[in-house]
Write a protein that binds this ligand. Structure first.
Ligand code: NAP
Length: 315
């Protein structure tokens, strides 16, 4: 099968189009013919070797943790899926090797969910990792409730744009940070206030809108935005970061209710997301679609850290 793989860690040039065997479908697995693969910041971080202390890696390594496609075969013991079913999944596995930048992928059948019927394969592949991250953060340690107020840092990105909509759909009021060019986009997604992190003082802008602070800060960017976030929280408020576990730990030691979330596969949550997508209450925005062969260009784009919504590869 055709795949993009790396033989060593490195820059975009290590991404090579190769021919690899179609993986065997083991017991409890499904073999999926990949129609589209989502591109996420973690893909280039894996390519550079940033996660090698955290998870086992093996070469040749096919990147890609987001997939939409059609079931091609089912392994022994799999009852829930049949050949021909259209599915989507967050495809992280215990060892980083067999990802979604390929014509075929095997997946744990329990991690696979029915593809939202109203989405193209490209749209569906853009959802799982980012939307699951937002869901698990807001409603896990974030404990977001109706009538509460959440501030989302990097609200226009893949995770942030889902977080804004999921928080709004849960009845919360949403503030977001983004550069000026993304403000109209975020208003459309349901943010009541969008703050330009490049203009003026962030803390002043938040305090002006919410003098007692916000109930939840959801950090999708780290750095100075995260560093100053405890100052935006109301007493007893929560802070969740998906970027900086060390800073979350430091804040916790200082008495802030701070958590780091690392997204886990969860097919039940993908089903709940599908219902919102099919009802038109949750939307995905595709900033760019590249053919598989142009994975390096997709990485070059996402590495700039200014994607609005999502980038996808079509296979
Ligand atoms: N722990 C986990 O499980 C997990 C899961 C998913 C993602 N992540 C991590 O979370 C981060 C975000 O992921 P993503 O997929 O949302 O990334 P992304 O789509 O690449 O995010 C791009 C967005 O970041 C915004 N941005 C850049 N600098 C900013 C700043 N200083 N303040 C506010 N917004 C800023 C940009 O908006 P402007 O163009 O308007 O600046 C752009 O819309 C990445 O580091 C990723 O690796 C972690």
């Amino acid at each position: 099968m055709k795949a993009i793989a790396i033989e060593q860690f490195g820059g975009q040039e290590v991404l090579k189009l190769v021919d690899l065997p179609v993986p065997d479908c083991g017991p409890g697995e499904v073999l999926v013919r990949v129609k589209a693969a989502g591109v996420n910041p973690v893909d280039w971080k894996i390519r550079e070797g940033w996660l090698k202390e955290m998870l086992p890696h093996a070469f040749p390594l096919i990147p890609g943790w987001d997939v939409a496609g059609t079931v091609e075969a089912v392994g022994a013991g799999v009852q829930a899926w049949q050949v021909g079913d259209d599915v989507y999944a967050y495809a992280r596995k215990p060892t980083v090797q067999h990802g979604a930048y390929a014509e075929f992928i095997t997946l744990d059948a329990a991690h696979v969910a029915r593809k939202p019927a109203n989405l193209t394969f490209e749209e569906a592949a853009s959802v799982p990792l980012a939307a699951l991250t937002a869901w698990q953060s807001l409603f896990g340690p974030g404990q977001l409730k109706e009538t509460e107020r959440v501030l989302v840092h990097a609200a226009a990105g893949g995770v942030g744009s889902f977080a804004v909509q999921l928080a709004r759909n849960a009845g919360a009021e949403v503030f977001g940070t983004a550069s000026a060019g993304n403000h109209a986009f975020l208003k459309e997604l349901g943010a009541s206030l969008v703050i330009d992190y490049r203009a003026g003082d962030l803390a002043d802008a938040v305090r002006q809108a919410a003098p007692d602070g916000v109930d939840l800060v959801y950090d999708c960017v780290g750095g100075p935005a995260l560093e100053q976030s405890p100052a935006f929280l109301r007493e007893g408020g929560r802070l969740v970061t998906i970027v900086d576990p060390e800073m979350a730990q430091r804040f916790s030691e200082q008495g802030v209710n701070a958590s780091f979330v690392f997204v886990e596969p969860n097919a039940d949550q993908l089903d709940l997301l599908r219902l919102q997508l099919e009802a038109g209450r949750l939307k995905t925005h595709l900033a760019a679609v590249f053919p598989l062969e142009e994975a390096a260009q997709a990485h070059a784009l996402i590495e700039q850290q200014h994607t609005r919504g999502k980038i996808v590869l079509t296979i």
